[in-house]
Design a protein around this ligand. Sequence first.
Ligand code: NCD
Length: 307
Amino acid sequence: MLKGKHLIEPNDFTLNELEEIFTLADSIIKYPEKYLDICKGKLLATLFYEPSTRTRFSFEAAMLRLGGQVIGFSEPNSSSVSKGESIADTIRTVGCYSDIAVMRHPKEGAPKLASKYSNIPVINAGDGGHQHPTQTLTDLLTIRSYKKTISNNVIGLCGDLKFGRTVHSLVKALSRYSNMKFVFISPPELEIPSYITDELIHHEYYQTSSLEEAIPELDILYMTRIQRERFFNEEEYLRLKGYYILDNNKLQHAKEDMIVLHPLPRVDEISSEIDNDKRSVYFNQAKYGMFVRMALIIKLLGGDNIA
Ligand code: NCD
């Protein structure tokens, strides 16, 4: 039963609960007209302490397409946060006015802290370099749709694996599926943290800095940008920017049915020359993000019995 739960980390839900969400997302994609009013009278609060395009817009679009409404801020300085209000007080107040809240915050653990004080479900929309569970739902639904199964795939994760929270969440989630192989492709300075790989006890994985060498065996390639805002020093960022650029030249060594994912925004790590390749599914992935968030909102508010 997902009603009333918080979503802070990708593995807060069981595999069966995830499957329930994906099945509902499939149904929403097929029969959107059935869900037009299901959240009528309900309010979603979006608390974005950090910039966002896809995550905020897809949550807002999701709630509006379900017949619900949205309040919130995309700029903390326009709320009492700028007066020094604590997260605990903000979420308690937001809970007086709305039915479900989505929070993005630059500090690791902030949405978890909010959930401790909240009487409404809190969804983590990204906390610092830590986790981004709804991007993971998006990624899993995309993989499931294109590959038919989430298990039994070789996935390459490429770019900033140190600071990229979407990678951290996705690896954590995929570690519960069987027969996955992980290839971590990064410059040595941006390697995947060991607290993530420590959990891969049942899976094969290796690290490399060469995208060219890794690409032929991959079923899924997950590209990410270098996370400029998490660097302490601009010079270091400029040195690593442009380290990987996926273009036609590199893609010709990939399998015909490999899929290229990217949580977006991209900077220069995917050349626009491959946007029309059938393997480039990142914009469809963004669309799946809205459908899976529609399913998530419905489930957390009570499934078919939203009262
Ligand atoms: C990601 C994020 O915010 O972590 N964006 C997103 O939500 N789709 C990825 C990124 O910013 O690089």
